[in-house]
Design a protein around this ligand. Structure first.
Ligand code: PLP
Length: 390
């Protein structure tokens, strides 16, 4: 893969962003605040997870601020993201969570010193066949109950035997991923995963006494990390200001007051519209005005990540006032009830996420209206709109 191919990975995102009138504001001070809070709460260093363009917040600006705040490791989604970091001058130890997805990824990982996750013998064989004679660091991924990626514990003996044939391939890290660390009903499964991981680490350290260990995502770090010491934690979500423990018995009020939202999103009001009693609004006439009312038409729709599933649900924040969504969400437009506003003008900022006043729209709220989780809200809104980091 050459540099052009790497740029190809990101081109669709750039094109969509150029066409969107919605603006994503990324507050890097808030990101730093959250990183420092999680660092202070943690007995181990953090490997901030900045995969998928830093959950839609912007890979490079987020990496830059996290590096300035002391991050010495990064977890990226793909080798291509790692290459972007390297080309921008980042020297942090960088792990690719998806590992190598094609032969070119293997070459790039070796050339740029990116540490790929390796979680199967096929992946290991592909790697050793291509770069087995070169010094390459890898991260071993283990399945402890998520049943998605990774070697199973009973493959450990065979794994160590096969690795011994390639003295230049160095496993610098062993990792596993928790499936339900953010759920009240998940404590038993989490404990079982922790126990399995502990056994794996004990075995591995006989042959690799220096190897690092990483198990905890945000929820694991905040709710379970006292159960087993590891050498690196891998938080993502909380860096971006969302608390995965919110609404569960595992939550601690301190977390909600410490974390600050990083992403805000707004789009302009395109037109105001006085609806007469009985008039129907937009496609399908899904909304009928029960009385004369002031509506505002806002330049955001499902092509910009404001899902059509939000039709007739949820709210935007204009001038600090909550304005309920009316009728269908269109491709680039949505209507809201502006009746609660003293006045509204074309060009006014309508906030999809965040916003002024005492009732900024929280990612958790938007996610609930949408029927999803804050992770998806961030990735979709951040992924397709023009972004400004400051
Ligand atoms: C995304 C991801 C994380 C971070 O999870 P959060 O819930 O966002 O903290 C950690 N580890 C792996 C393997 C991941 O894919």
């Amino acid at each position: 893969m050459n540099d052009n191919n790497v740029a190809e990975y990101f081109r669709p995102v750039l094109n969509a962003a150029a066409q969107s009138p919605a603006r994503v504001l990324v507050d890097l001070n808030a990101l730093e605040n959250n990183f420092r809070y999680l660092s202070n709460r943690s007995d181990m260093p953090l490997m901030p997870v900045i995969k998928a363009d830093a959950y839609g917040h912007g890979l490079l600006p987020c990496a830059k601020r996290l590096a300035a705040a002391g991050a010495e490791w990064f977890a990226v989604g793909t080798v291509a993201e790692g290459v972007l970091l390297r080309e921008s001058g980042f020297g942090q130890k960088t792990v690719s969570l998806l590992g190598c997805l094609c032969p070119e990824d293997i070459e790039l990982a070796a050339a740029h010193n990116i540490i790929p996750f390796v979680g199967s013998f096929e992946q290991l064989d592909a790697l050793t066949a291509r770069v087995g004679g070169q010094p390459v660091s890898i991260a071993l991924k283990f399945n402890t109950g998520m049943n998605r990626l990774g070697f199973s514990p009973d493959e450990l003996g065979e794994l160590i035997r096969r690795l011994s044939v390639y003295p230049k391939i160095t496993p610098v890290l062993a990792a596993s991923h928790l499936a339900s660390a953010d759920e009240d009903g998940g404590v038993e499964q989490t404990n079982a995963q922790i126990q399995t991981f502990e056994i794996i680490m004990r075995e591995l350290r006989r042959d690799y006494p220096e190897i690092g260990s990483s198990l905890y995502n945000t929820a694991g770090l905040l709710a379970h990390s006292h159960k087993l010491a590891t050498t690196l934690a891998r938080p993502g979500l909380a860096l971006y200001g969302s608390n995965p423990l919110g609404g569960t018995a595992l939550n601690q009020p301190e977390i909600d007051s410490a974390l600050r939202p990083v992403m805000q999103v707004w789009a302009p009001v395109v037109q105001k519209r006085l609806l007469r009693r009985g008039e129907k609004l937009s496609y399908g006439g899904a909304f009928t005005a029960p009385e004369d009312m002031q509506a505002a038409i806002v330049a955001v729709g499902y092509s910009q990540g404001f899902s059509r599933g939000l039709s007739g649900r949820g709210e935007l924040n204009i001038h600090g006032v909550r304005c309920p969504v009316l009728g269908r969400v269109c491709m680039q437009l949505v209507a809201v009830d502006a009746g609660g506003l003293e006045s509204v003008s074309e060009g006014d900022q309508a906030w999809i996420l965040g916003g002024p006043g005492n009732s900024p729209i929280r990612a958790e709220e938007l996610a609930a209206w949408w029927g999803t989780i804050p992770y998806e809200v961030f990735c979709l809104l951040g992924g397709v709109n023009s972004r400004e980091c400051r």
